[in-house]
Design a protein around this ligand. Structure first.
Ligand code: UD1
Ligand code: CA
Length: 492
């Protein structure tokens, strides 16, 4: 059969998730940089279906607001009361046209490791087999809690029995229902009208469609998946962490095979949305989140957390916390830097140790090496900002910008009181507080001239080690006899 039949994916997402013990819907808890429902919707959209419908119920407002944000093309259908998976799919079908055709795929919102490639292969197998009902199954070591796949003497799937309804012999079956199905749309609509609630939970089981289809002599089959992780759901936070770790292992494995060095995969966390080039090196303790992108030859870490940061070729980012920043090719950052949103560091430039930046454009080859705050600032190409400089951007009411030109050299311990502009090639002395613009090429100094009061120590600190040292220096020799005196440490 052709694979051009329209496909609708219905993602079941109405359940309560009480075992998470959270005010946040289970489906909104994240692993690998996406929420659980975000993973389910990404897998659904990955097969390029005609329609995606999410069935919502519990925590509807939260879940629907999130879906509108991350998957605006997805429709939602409401299941007011959670009367079972069969009932949930029936609610989902209300989002379909009156005469549905093609294939309906059912997935779960809380099964985050399912891959689009798997869904695509499953749907392909379902359509190629000309089946009315297909179920995705897996052989597991411990099937407790799952629906079991009951096969007939020919090995064909005859029905699915839930744990609570199963006999001891059925409970021994290790082939389980993942919950993921593919159906002929028209047949699904007809079969769902016939399922009842005569079972241990008094619910409408979607799984009953299998037995109904067999009785109708429809074509039913299973697609057995070896990769059990892809069928596992999250019910509590232990499973959230377990699946999160496995997802991370899979993400890192993919990047390593694509040429990224990950020195310690157990101590490195990379979101599924991050992009890495070959010959990137990730040192231990690195976390890369969101839309972070790292170009070839760059080294990140150790102990660095970056969210939505773009890093150029050969850059080095050491012990840094950053978000919403751009780092140029060959630039160096850290150790111990804090890059806040709107930071842009030019090629070959440097943000050094104990430096915080925010809404700061730092030019090519420019340097902010030590102990500084650079907020709401532009620093021109090849300018060097002295140690301990504060860009005072806030006057208590409003934020203002400071612009420093190209090839400037500013002294240590400066304060730039914004708004202020320092012209190209200008310089400032140590300890300068810059309140007025500095013309290009000028030297700005604001501290008063230095005054030396000769002999002050001898008069005011007589008998102290400082006075001894000064005396020795005056005598031109360091080993002058130590004048022992009942020196009092004085107070001033
Ligand atoms: C279901 C299957 C079981 C399968 C297992 C796999 C049925 C009857 N049982 O069992 O065979 O092995 O999943 O995990 O189908 N949901 C709704 N509305 C409802 C009920 C459920 O949206 O009224 C959603 C849940 O949010 C969840 C999914 O459907 O995402 C499965 O529901 P759950 O209660 O976990 O089903 P199980 O009893 O575990
Ligand atoms: Ca479940």
């Amino acid at each position: 059969m052709s694979d051009v039949r329209p496909v609708t994916v219905i993602v079941l997402a109405a359940g309560a998730g009480t075992r998470m013990k959270s005010r946040t819907s289970k489906l909104l808890h994240p692993i690998g940089g996406r929420t659980l429902i975000g993973h389910a919707l990404a897998a659904a959209e990955g097969i390029e279906p005609d329609r995606v419908v999410a069935v919502t119920g519990h925590d509807r407002e939260q879940v629907e607001a999130h879906i509108a944000e991350i998957a605006p093309d997805a429709a939602t259908a409401v299941q007011q009361e959670q009367n079972g998976t069969g009932h949930a799919v029936r609610c989902g079908l209300t989002a379909l046209p009156e005469q549905p055709s093609g294939t309906v795929v059912v997935t779960y919102g809380d099964v985050p490791l399912l891959e689009a490639a798997t869904v695509r292969a499953f749907v392909g197998d379902h359509q190629a087999g000309g089946r009315d009902v297909s179920v995705l199954t897996a052989e597991v070591d411990d099937p407790t809690g799952y629906g079991r796949i009951v096969r007939d003497s020919h090995g064909a799937v005859s029905r699915i029995v839930e744990q609570k309804d199963a006999t001891d012999a059925e409970r021994a079956i290790r082939e389980i229902n993942s919950g993921i199905f593919a159906f002929d749309a028209a047949y699904l609509v007809a079969a769902l009208a016939r399922i009842g609630t005569d079972n241990a939970q008094g619910e409408m089981y979607l799984t009953d469609v299998v037995e109904i289809a067999r009785a109708d002599e429809r074509v039913v089959g299973a697609y057995v998946l070896d990769d059990v992780w892809q069928t596992e759901g999250v019910n509590n936070r232990v499973q959230l962490a377990t699946l999160g770790a496995e997802l991370n292992r899979r993400t890192l494995r993919r990047w390593m095979l694509d040429g990224v060095t990950v020195v310690d995969p157990d101590a490195t966390w990379v979101d599924v949305t991050v992009r890495l080039a070959p010959d990137v090196t990730l040192l231990p303790g690195v976390q890369l989140h969101g839309a972070t992108e790292v170009a070839s030859g760059a080294t990140i870490g150790p102990d660095t957390t970056l969210t939505d940061v773009t890093i150029g070729e050969r850059a080095q980012v050491v012990r840094t916390h950053g978000s919403g920043a751009v780092i140029g090719a060959g630039a160096t950052v850290g150790p111990f830097a804090y890059l806040r949103p709107g930071t842009s560091l030019g090629d070959g430039a440097k943000i050094g140790t104990y430096v915080e930046t925010k809404q700061a454009t730092i030019g090519d080859g420019a340097k902010v090496p030590h102990l500084s705050y650079v907020g709401d600032a532009t620093v021109g190409d090849h300018t060097n900002i002295g140690a301990g400089t504060i860009f005072a951007n806030y006057d208590g009411m409003n934020k203002h910008r400071t612009t420093v030109g190209r090839h400037c050299k500013t002294g240590s311990n400066n304060v730039f009181v914004a708004p202020v502009t320092i012209g190209d090639g200008a310089a400032t002395g140590g300890g300068t507080t810059v309140r007025d613009d500095v013309p290009p090429g000028a030297l700005a100094v604001s501290a008063g001239p230095q005054r030396n009061i000769d002999g002050w120590v001898f008069k005011r600190r007589a008998g102290t080690p400082a006075a001894d040292a000064a005396g020795a220096a005056a005598a031109g020799s360091a080993d002058v006899v130590h004048t022992d005196s009942a020196a009092t440490s004085d107070e001033e």
